[in-house]
Design a protein around this ligand. Sequence first.
Ligand code: PMP
Length: 366
Amino acid sequence: MSRTNIDNLIANTIREDVRSGHGYTVPDSSGYIKLDAMENPYQLPEPLRVELAQRLADAVLNRYPLASYATLKEKIRTKLGVPAGYDVILGNGSDEIISILCMACSRQDKRAVVMAPTPAFVMFQRSAQFAGMDYVGVPLKSDFSLDLPAMLAAIEKHKPSLVFLAYPNNPTGNLYAEADMVAIIEALGEDGIVVSDEAYQPFARTTFMDKLPRYPNLVVMRTLSKLGLAGIRLGYLAAAPALLDQFDKVRPPYNVNVLTQVAAEFALDHVDVLDEQAARLNEARTELSAALAALPGVTVFPSSANFITLRVPDADKSCAKLFAERVLIKNLSRMHELLANCIRVTVSTPEENSVFLNALKASLQA
Ligand code: PMP
């Protein structure tokens, strides 16, 4: 029998905050209507899928990807509005970019700080923690707008190296005031980097990309996930080349695989199709928001993303009913005190939206 006791091995090797923490949990969704992860419910149209299948069949899989990713980066720069003189680095989803940013900004001589208004996307905190950084969350106001004086005071006090501003924010769905974002960028100046996380930009259609030349400490992060390609995992970060050179040193080699590269290039050649799907989902969002707002005891928060956040009388009861009806949504209740009895639902097809709406109605009556 081996002398090695696995519990002792874990205690002796794995860091304490990992041992006592938990992973990023994703519930098993088979057999459920999946409205918890902000995916686009529409696939690429059949003829395009057939064409893509041919491109994938021709892909060179016995070699590593071309290290420069030149073609894909060029398509991103030209089709997605990266200003002249600015470039991108690619990530295995923007999740990986968040992690790269944190690793590049963490320090050995002191605990560097990551800051974000809260409630925020959970990976900001998780990546900061795993990179050995301190995370400072500054609560939003109750209407989910930025508390600018509190943000500026926290910047003064904690001197963050990185500030994540999700634009629009997840899980609240709103866009922050542009003037507030600019005030934060200007307050940090050369002491800190501001990440405009524009995961939901295809729905919000508003961006800080055009402000890159004005603010050297601004970087813009996006993803193809919400646009309809969550399965391929491609995120990108646009910034000044000198800054990207630094982040690129931390990026794992060949982090974007050949199949993703081929699929992303193909999708960008047909980005009009994806934009049209996003426009359709925006219309569905308007309709679903209105239907939800008409329900008794329900407060709907304004959304510029492909999801809606709402407050119901009893979030646990509504989620249990929806789960029983095989509809998966996100219960935000225990995430943050501002989100008491809040739930978040992805905007989907008219059919799935109406299954959700009816199940939610039933949960309010029961
Ligand atoms: N940023 C925000 C605000 C998000 O909501 C998400 C995904 N939910 C991400 C980044 C990560 O997206 P991905 O890794 O799929 O690119």
